[in-house]
Design a protein around this ligand. Structure first.
Ligand SMILES: [Zn+2]
Length: 261
């Protein structure tokens, strides 16, 4: 099922802090894959919901697999699905829910409903704070507004698939948040990201896939899964001149700390 080249790792060291295993891209292979990942170096996964239906699927996966945890939230691209913050509040009652996400701002896909996105983002941050859960934040081409809102509410959490500047990363670190690094770091056109990885302290870095998207090199464009984090970590180890095992161990420890595991 899993190509052995995907992860030569035998010890379960990989914690994938951001994935979408409810995605229909996994429909044909989901159970087979999720049964195999722990034998291919994976020790933990957070799968994020984006609206009510996908949050319910995320929770079912977390109920079925010991090493999988769920995050629930309304993604900015899913505003029109009709999912309400009250729905998220009820979903978050499941003991398998460890975060509110994926929430945030996306001005790349939707530039015409910024006000609505900001309102929903803020309401979900307030919910996370009330429930004492971390947030998993999506920011696509909305750096200034994302930063302003995070500074205003100071939630605990992670800015996932970080795409900002070194200066923005420094601001996020000042807020006590974590920064999620995914397969993009292995891409030749990852412009600012290597500098961000260079400056990022090891106690603030999380690894992630955002699968089924963003498979790292040498699998770019293929269906991505958590074992491929091996290649993301290998690139980070090279950039930071730290051993691969240390990168995997430290980032798994960070995820467990943030998500209270
Ligand atoms: Zn995502």
């Amino acid at each position: 099922m899993i190509n052995a080249d995907c992860s030569p790792l035998k010890a379960p060291l990989i914690f994938d802090s951001h994935s979408h295993y409810d995605d229909e891209g996994f429909d044909e292979i989901r159970d087979c894959l999720l049964n195999e990942l722990p034998n291919n170096g994976v020790c933990g996964i957070v799968t994020c919901g984006c609206d009510k239906a996908s949050c319910q699927k995320a929770i079912s996966l977390a109920e079925k697999y010991d090493y999988i945890y769920a995050a629930v939230g309304i993604h900015p691209d899913n505003i029109s699905t009709g999912t309400t913050v009250q729905d998220i509040r009820l979903l978050a009652e499941s003991k398998n829910v460890v975060a509110i996400g994926e929430i945030g701002l996306d001005y790349f896909h939707n530039a015409e409903n910024k006000t609505e996105q900001i309102k929903l983002f803020e309401e979900q941050i307030l919910l996370a704070k009330e429930l004492d859960l971390p947030v998993i934040v999506h920011d696509r081409e909305a750096h200034a507004d994302t930063l302003e809102i995070l500074k205003k509410h100071k939630p605990k959490g992670v800015l996932h698939c970080f795409s900002g500047s070194v200066e923005m990363a420094a601001e996020i670190l000042k807020l006590g948040m974590y920064i999620g690094i995914g397969g993009v770091i292995t891409f030749k056109n990852a412009k600012k990201l290597p500098d961000v990885v260079k400056m990022l302290p090891m106690d603030r870095m999380l690894l992630e896939t955002d699968c089924p998207y963003l498979a790292p090199e040498p699998f770019r464009g293929k269906l991505c899964h958590s074992a491929m984090i091996y290649y993301t970590a290998e690139k980070i180890a090279e950039i930071k001149d730290i051993s691969l095992n240390e990168i995997l161990e430290k980032t798994a420890e960070n995820s467990k700390k943030l998500f209270g595991l």
